[in-house]
Design a protein around this ligand. Structure first.
Ligand code: GSH
Length: 203
């Protein structure tokens, strides 16, 4: 059965689009922009938050990008889903960490340096985001000291989920050159063919 993903590539839906491409699912994009389409009654019936993405897999309607990716990884991911319970728990840990420890800082920079009209921006919030993101970046840099991937051996759903958040760094012009291992890990993950396919999915 074809999975349906509602969203657009210029949104957090890209995370789940990337995951769908990485797991090689049979899926289709229901193009849904997050300004108008996501507020229409038919979409709100699927996702009352009025946000993207939303996944439909048969009877299952699922929102929240990380929940979608963990589901896709577990059900369709093959080796992308870690084999041991301990690594599965670590994958969940890293995924939550990405959206709680990284995402708010990146969003503060995005909103107050790029998205809002200049007279509505609060540069202090953007500067605070840039300052505070150093803490999780240091954690990641240290973690990658002896490993190429978050769980060690191979690229997993943990890498995909954290990279899918941190890749916003490029968009907001965040300089991460002080974290060379993070930079290398990010570049390797975002140059996977699945990411290229994901970005082209909205065309
Ligand atoms: N926590 C949600 C956030 C989703 C979200 O905020 N998506 C944005 C686009 S990046 C959206 O739909 N915004 C429309 C709105 O907030 O009304 C997730 O990760 O899926």
């Amino acid at each position: 059965m074809t999975l349906k993903l509602y969203g657009a590539t210029n949104s957090r839906a890209l995370r789940s689009i990337w995951c769908l491409e990485e797991v090689g699912a049979d899926w289709e994009l229901v193009k849904t922009n997050f300004m108008g389409d996501s507020k229409k009654p038919e979409y709100l019936a699927l996702n009352p938050n009025g946000r993207v993405p939303t996944l439909v897999d048969g009877d299952l309607v699922l929102w929240e990008s990380m929940a979608i990716n963990l589901y896709l990884g577990r059900k369709y991911g093959g080796d992308l889903w870690p084999a041991s319970e301990a690594d599965q728990a670590r994958a969940i840990q890293w995924s939550f960490w990405g959206i709680t420890e990284f995402e708010p800082h990146l969003l503060a920079i995005l909103i107050h340096r790029i998205m809002l009209p200049e007279d509505k921006r609060n540069p202090k919030l953007a500067d605070a985001g840039e300052r505070d993101i150093a803490r999780p970046l240091k954690v990641l840099e240290a973690h990658l000291e002896n490993r190429e991937h978050l769980l060690g051996g191979a690229f997993s759903i943990a890498d995909l989920n954290v990279v899918s958040v941190l890749s916003m760094a490029g968009l907001v012009g965040l300089d991460i050159s002080a974290y060379p291992r993070v930079q290398k890990w990010l570049a390797a993950a975002t140059s996977r063919p699945s990411m290229g396919k994901a970005q082209a999915a909205g065309a």
